[in-house]
Design a protein around this ligand. Structure first.
Ligand code: SF4
Length: 713
């Protein structure tokens, strides 16, 4: 815990999946750690942002105070020593496993973990405890995109780079308010369009968001009708002889079935217009632009993923790219963008319950043996664990008796959030490691472990375009706070797994992670960073951003995947998937006549434990509001600013919030931000209104489509 010796440190932003580089200027003349002053600037050398930062990133330096931090380990509300707290956790986990088996314990982790923390957590649970009950809040964010990629390409691989968005002639943004949720990506697209006005931008979103400011065409589709739209596009491309027959024949399989399905179901443009709630002319324009612009990127995010049929929606998008050969080339590709800063790193280490490390898979027994051999695993898990919603259901039924929640706040962010609170209150032991003392989740913990946070932690993250960057510490944390990987290793050693968790630093963990990616990988696995497996500690410190794969063939990284038309399926061909569009699980009715959509505000992040600290960020929107169409407001006798009460299918829970009357909403649809919770003197938490309905393939919840009633309060 030293005052940094350098006065300028390159790191990455703690917030979204764009993964911008930040240059932190530290006033190293300070005599005391508490006196250190930092200035946050965009890193001009980082390939994600080239020096730019959005308002959240540029205010990150204002969030560094220790106000509200967790300052000591605690057990049942009393401060205890680290050694006592770690012993308590290790003993309880050991006892539960001995009495009930390894599936009676679980870890719930976070897309804000650094890759090294993620790696150690995954290794402990899957290789040594012997269960795959480790899942992550990334399940709520991009699990459907993962399964969509795996179905199409055989692996979970994002084909594109950010620069493809600038080099495309047509950018189709689906289910993403990029301007607010990924501002630097939005700024890059906007700048490219300004420079090249012929570039077309289509926004597909039920709401008229800030992203529509640069759109040539806004398709305000009926919620959940994305697959209808893209099935219709595929059929239309076929009808207009605009398919790439050579690519289809040489590089895909399943096309005939996928196409005839689309043709039968959505081959009539009038029918598609009706299903999507659009004008036929709007569809004709969109479909024509796709035919006219070969360089097309489809950028998609939570509006696609957070759905009970999110996987099918992503495959409907990918089908179009495969059928027209728009993949692996400059300015082309299906590009899912992640919400959190290290959701991608979590995917790489296997941090989801249905993954193995280094993009290996439980469905392949040789993968299980390979990972077990590499880890010298004492007790290797043999099959998928419980995904987030099922995991908390298992806590509620008592099947899971001890859970360790790291770096995340599920009592706010899970669907049916109050059920999750009650489940945790009944659990035999809830361990929470967090940097903040008071969150909705720390309230229900038996053991609290104080964690270091951004600015204090050291490791790597991977952003949405596969760029691995170093996140570096530039200040010391509270005296008693510790890195997550350290806590995990200390518990592992106390559970008897001494050798496998005897890491001295994060560089050692990273080298092992990189080595595993290349272990017995003869080009059969996409995730390969074996080129980084021999970095010295010093080289790791100096590591500059690199896009994986980084290996013998690509020592400096890789901009685009699948440029050679080869995929990681058994046949080497990409799979087109026949898609039958599914409506959202719940329909509106007389009792619940409104669709409730949730999402982000521009200046807040998740449950606001960091962004809520700055007046500048709170000034944008200082409370949650219910966006409602003027006609709906008039029918309800509601005026702007009036308090509303929302109730849905999650029992008696009622959410009270102020109306924001806005013609940018479709009629019959409401929008409420996801950030507010009990810690912010709010009347409630919108996720308590979201039923725990999930996509059957990915387990991702349907946060974009609940049904509710709304009344003046
Ligand atoms: Fe941070 Fe995302 Fe803003 Fe970049 S775009 S500065 S990563 S919040």
């Amino acid at each position: 815990k030293q005052i940094p010796s350098s006065d300028s440190i390159n790191t990455t932003c703690p917030y979204c999946g764009v993964g911008c580089g930040i240059e932190v200027k530290v006033d190293a003349k300070a005599q005391k750690l508490a006196d250190i002053k930092v200035k946050v600037l965009g890193d001009k050398t980082h390939p994600a942002n080239f020096g730019k930062l959005c308002v959240k990133g540029s205010a990150a330096g204002e969030t560094l105070s220790f106000d509200g931090r967790m300052l000591a380990p605690q057990f049942k509300g009393k401060t205890v020593s680290w050694s006592s707290a770690l012993n308590t956790v290790a003993e309880k986990f050991t006892q539960v496993i001995a009495e009930h088996g390894p599936d009676a314990v679980a870890f719930y982790v976070s897309g804000q973990f650094l890759t090294e923390d993620y790696y150690v957590a995954n290794k402990l649970m899957k290789g040594f405890i012997g269960s795959a009950n480790i899942d992550t809040n990334s399940r709520l964010c991009m699990a459907s995109a993962v399964v969509g990629y795996k179905r199409a390409f055989g692996v979970d691989a994002v084909p594109c780079s950010y620069e493809d968005l600038e080099l495309a002639d047509l950018v189709v943004i689906v289910g993403s308010n990029t301007a607010w949720a990924h501002p630097i990506i939005y700024q890059r697209i906007a700048a490219a369009k300004k420079q090249r006005p012929s570039m077309k931008i289509v926004v597909v979103d039920p709401r008229q968001t800030a992203t529509c400011d640069i759109a040539d065409l806004h398709l305000a589709i009926a919620p959940g009708s994305d697959a209808n739209l893209f099935n219709g596009l595929l059929a239309s491309l076929g009808q207009n002889e605009a398919l790439d027959e050579a690519f289809i024949n040489n590089h895909t399989e399943g096309f005939k079935e996928a196409f005839s399905h689309a043709q039968i179901l959505q081959g009539d443009i009038h029918r598609v217009a009706k299903e999507c709630g659009l004008e036929v002319t709007q569809l004709q324009t969109f479909y024509r632009w796709v035919r006219e612009h070969q360089k097309m990127v489809t950028l998609y995010s939570q509006g696609v993923n957070q759905s009970s049929s999110g996987v099918d929606k992503s495959n409907a998008i990918i089908n179009v790219h495969l059928a027209t050969g728009r993949i692996g080339q400059v300015g082309m590709g299906p590009f899912s963008i992640t919400g959190q800063p290290n959701a991608m790193g979590g995917r790489e280490v296997g941090g989801l319950a249905n993954q193995l490390a280094a993009h290996m898979d439980f469905s392949n027994s040789e993968d299980i043996h390979r990972v077990a051999r590499f880890w010298k695993a004492a007790n290797m898990a043999q099959s998928n664990g419980l995904k987030a919603v099922d995991m908390f259901n298992a806590v509620a039924t008592g099947k899971i008796k001890a859970i360790w929640i790291m770096n995340t706040n599920p009592v706010v962010s899970m669907p049916n959030a109050n059920f999750v609170r009650q489940a945790l209150q009944r659990c035999e032991m809830v361990v929470v490691s967090d940097c903040m003392q008071h969150t909705d989740t720390t309230e229900v913990a038996d053991v609290l472990l104080p964690a270091l946070t951004w600015g204090e932690i050291d490791g790597t993250v991977t952003n949405s375009e596969r760029t691995i960057s170093r996140q570096r510490a530039f200040m010391a944390g509270p005296e008693n706070a510790r890195a997550d990987w350290w806590m995990l290793c200390e518990v592992a050693k106390r559970m008897g797994f001494v050798d496998a968790f005897d890491y001295q630093n994060v560089a050692q963990i990273f080298r092992e992670h990189a080595a595993l990616s290349g272990y017995q990988n003869n080009g059969t696995r996409d995730f390969d960073i074996s080129g980084l497996a021999r970095l010295s500690d010093e080289q790791y410190q100096q590591l500059t951003p690199m896009q994986w794969p980084v290996n013998v063939e690509n020592p400096l990284g890789t901009k685009r995947l699948f440029s050679d038309g080869k995929f990681f399926t058994p046949s080497g061909k990409a799979r087109c998937i026949a898609i039958t569009p599914q409506a959202p699980r719940y329909k509106t009715d007389a009792q619940f006549p409104f669709v409730l959509n949730t999402g982000r505000y521009r200046d807040q992040w998740h449950s606001m434990t960091r962004t809520g600290k700055t007046a500048k960020l709170m000034a944008h929107r200082d409370e949650m509001q219910v966006e409602i169409h003027p006609h709906d407001a008039a029918e309800k006798g509601v005026v702007d600013g009036q308090l509303l009460c929302l109730q849905g299918k999650t029992g008696d829970y009622r959410l009270i919030a102020r109306a924001q009357v806005s013609a940018k909403q479709r009629r019959g649809e409401l929008f409420v931000p996801m950030h507010w919770n009990r810690q912010f003197a709010s009347a409630g938490n919108v996720d308590a209104l979201i039923p725990a309905v999930v996509d059957g393939l990915s387990g991702q919840p349907e946060f974009k489509h609940a049904v509710v009633n709304v009344q003046p309060f």
